[in-house]
Design a protein around this ligand. Sequence first.
Ligand SMILES: Cc1ncc(COP(=O)(O)O)c(C=O)c1O
Length: 294
Amino acid sequence: MSIIYLNGSYLSDGEARVSVNDRGFLFGDGVYEVTPAYRGTLFQMEGHLGRLRDGLAALRIDFDPSGLPAMHAELLERNGLTDEEVAYVYVQVTRGAAPRTHAFPKVPVAPTVYAFASRYARPAPDVWARGFDAVTVPDRRWGRVDIKSIALLPNVLAQQAAVDAGVMDAIFVRDGVAIEGAHSNFFAVFDGVVVTHPHSNLILPGITRDVVIELARGAGIPVELRPIFVEDLARADELFFTGTTTEVRPCVRVDGRPVGDGAVGPVSRALFDAFLETVGEAARAPIGAGSPTP
Ligand SMILES: Cc1ncc(COP(=O)(O)O)c(C=O)c1O
């Protein structure tokens, strides 16, 4: 049994109740965030909050998220997750409960705010070192993928395609471009240059993506923000995914074809090591509720 947060209260998950009129339930009308915590310290909280604010503004949901860092810290505490190597807090904010009409409720209703905390099981080092397989799937998502909407049906179907194929990840492909993963951003390495899709309405602006780009640049590895064409995957030296519940995950086969020499490459390894170092430092920082709020 876990303790969840719902609309200002901490409850056991079994006793929490949400209205059948909730617009998240009826329309997928809401946004969410997933923030990692390393040994109880929230990582990149300000970035996650910023993206949540952007999503709320885009959907015109009236909610001030400035109290979320304290709530996140409280959830980790109440669920005994502050000593976990990696845990995460999921929060979603929907437009609230109102009789079903497509347009926003005429009389504004209070948003529904739900959060839970969980541990994250990082793959064992020997499993990570062997790398992971992925399959490509057509990207049939809407044109505002930059909003972290709770309406994730295409992502659900993409991840199920990966499960059906017995692999770890799915890569969304749109107009010949490998856009991103079903729940992660996607990177390629060509001749020592790290390449990933630029910010646009076609990708989620991943917080981990930004951290990894910064780490690469800090290590003197050139980074180019441009589309990765599927036809170029065959000549990529390395591929990897980034995300909150992915960290840095090397991809060594796509649709059954080996990437480079089929082994995890040095750039993926170096960036994962640098990432682990960074989150380790963040966890040692003496700030209880994580990085500062905006
Ligand atoms: C579609 C998609 N792209 C990218 C990401 C990675 O974003 P972040 O690094 O902020 O977790 C996610 C995370 O959930 C995602 O769902």
